[in-house]
Design a protein around this ligand. Structure first.
Ligand code: GLU
Length: 305
């Protein structure tokens, strides 16, 4: 099978889906992204890379950053993370306050906002350098792209619009689930959401999840085999907002999405796929991106199910 040709075919086949979703509009910078952008990159564990479309264009990775900080927290804090955050799907919106209060400040999983704030608190606890710099360095090293950066404008508008996330951070502090100042944490969180990376960057960055924790690019383990499997399990059960079940039904791969229209999916022992198309479905996942992944799995049979 020629993967390069297959990606071209997918790019053709998803065209009818454009115009059926809606670009995120809660901050101006996201609203302005052209809706018809599309890119798909596949990084194989043997080092080959296949791409189609706008794969080198950087976009706002938003909640995909939760995957990055989770890897970082697990690599520096180990199992301590699991004493502070759960491993169950939430069944409630990703920024829900009700469940957090009800469950005494312990977030259901690392991919809802409350969980991501606790994960970030774990990262903050061990690092002397500015947390935002540590996260940026990690993204640059894993992607092998030293031009990866935050978008300061996006970070600032995230922060201006972060009333609900501020409430979550404060509630976490009340319950002593986080140790740092909620304001500092919120600012670092808004920065991590504003990270801009391309599909090629993302497929390389998360390739260790497909390769037992080892980055074939760096030729070193960034996670243990067990940690990589655990992260994949969490992506499978909690990575796609409230449509994680229907995503598993359609695609059948561990994946994490963001409202910038990116999705990262992992095929254990084979490859990491990153797809980007800004229009979202009603659950907040890239509509065209999901269709592209569904086609990829159907054509390659690379599914874990
Ligand atoms: N910046 C967003 C928030 O925390 C993240 C959106 C997303 O889920 O991608 O509200």
């Amino acid at each position: 099978m020629d993967l390069a040709e297959l990606l071209e075919e997918i790019a053709r086949e998803v065209r009818p889906y454009f115009g059926k979703g809606r670009v995120a509009s809660y901050i101006p910078a996201l609203r302005r992204v052209p809706a018809t952008k599309f890119g798909m990159a596949v990084s194989m564990v043997d080092g080959r890379e296949f791409t189609v479309g706008d794969v080198d264009e950087k976009f706002s990775i938003q909640s995909i950053s939760k995957l990055l900080t989770l890897m970082l927290a697990m690599s520096i804090r180990g199992d301590e993370v699991w004493r502070r955050v759960g491993k169950e799907p939430s069944g409630t919106p990703f920024n829900s306050l009700v469940q957090l209060e009800y469950e005494k400040g312990v977030p259901r999983n690392p991919f809802i906002n409350a969980g991501a704030l606790v994960v970030l608190d774990c990262v903050m606890a061990r690092t002397g350098k500015e947390t935002t710099q540590v996260i940026l360095d990690y993204a640059r090293v894993l992607s092998r792209d030293f031009s990866v950066d935050y978008n300061a404008k996006v970070a600032a508008s995230e922060l201006r619009a972060a009333h609900r996330n501020a409430a979550i951070a404060n509630l976490l502090r009340c319950h002593k689930t986080i140790r740092h100042d909620p304001g500092d944490l919120l600012s670092a969180y808004c920065h991590q959401c504003s990270l801009e990376m391309s599909c090629s960057d993302l497929a390389r960055t998360f390739l260790p999840l497909a390769n037992a924790g080892v980055s074939p690019i760096l030729e070193e383990a960034v996670l243990t085999d067990r940690q990589a499997r655990r992260i994949n399990a969490l992506m499978m059960t909690c990575g796609m907002y409230d449509s994680v079940g229907s995503f598993a039904f359609r695609v059948g791969l561990p994946a994490k999405s963001g409202v910038g229209g990116g999705i990262v999916a992992v095929v254990p022992r084979q490859c990491c796929i990153a797809v980007w198309s800004p229009e979202l479905d009603r659950s907040g996942n890239s509509l065209v991106g999901t269709a592209a992944l569904e086609l990829f799995v159907r054509m390659t049979k690379m599914s874990i199910l």
